[in-house]
Design a protein around this ligand. Structure first.
Ligand SMILES: [Cu+2]
Length: 204
């Protein structure tokens, strides 16, 4: 009894305390690069069926984290490999990319705006005025990824865009698509969990 109470306490504390590792963009000021992927289900860990982001380390390894580090006063070229299908945005305001330098490109095509119904997730940093809708994979696409990290051979869309960082600081970057399937209004679970659909950006 004491042992199980201890285990439960440990589980609760580790759940509250554990933070995923910070992963840095490649390169240094004034120009850096960062690659992320989104997956419909992470496939391992305490919540294998949760939707999630992963980030590629400068060494090319996929890391299950949403804690990012970028250089200040820089252009950061971001690539997001989108393996999840569309959920759709409740608020069409988020359908237009905002706060980026130039246009986003979707599968190599410059794209001024995205039909909100096609969005799977957003990459958004509200304090920096950045919000980019991420086009989902078609529901009937062949060879869909079920376990992360997904590979380029599996169905995906590729979204690229550039943001400009300013001064140093730490910023939240939550997802604004109600992608937390099975939770109230789609906004619970992974949507509120750092490492899945909520993250921190350290500008240094
Ligand atoms: Cu999301």
């Amino acid at each position: 009894m004491a042992i199980s109470a201890g285990l439960i306490a440990f589980y609760v504390v580790s759940y509250l305390m554990v933070r995923p590792p910070a992963v840095s963009a490649s390169g240094a000021a004034p120009s850096a690069r960062l690659t992320l992927q989104t997956v419909a289900s992470i496939g391992f860990g305490p919540h294998p069926d949760w939707v999630s982001y992963l980030v590629k380390s400068p060494q090319g390894k996929w890391v299950h984290s949403t804690v990012l580090t970028m250089p200040a006063h820089s252009l950061v070229h971001i690539t997001i490999l989108q393996y999840d299908t569309a959920t759709g945005l409740r608020n069409p305001y988020w359908g237009g990319p905002r706060g980026i330098v130039g246009l986003m490109s979707v599968d190599g095509k410059p794209t001024p705006t995205l039909d909100p119904d096609l969005a799977s997730h957003t990459f958004a940093i509200p304090d920096l005025g950045v919000s980019v809708p991420l086009k989902g994979v078609a529901d009937d696409a062949k060879n869909q990824c079920r376990v992360a990290p997904c590979t380029l051979a599996q169905a995906h869309t590729t979204v690229t865009f550039t943001i400009r960082t300013g001064k140093a600081g730490t910023f939240r970057w939550p997802c604004f698509v109600p992608c937390g399937a099975g939770f109230i209004l789609g906004f619970g679970g992974p949507m509120q969990s750092v490492g899945y659909m909520d993250g921190y950006l350290h500008v240094v």
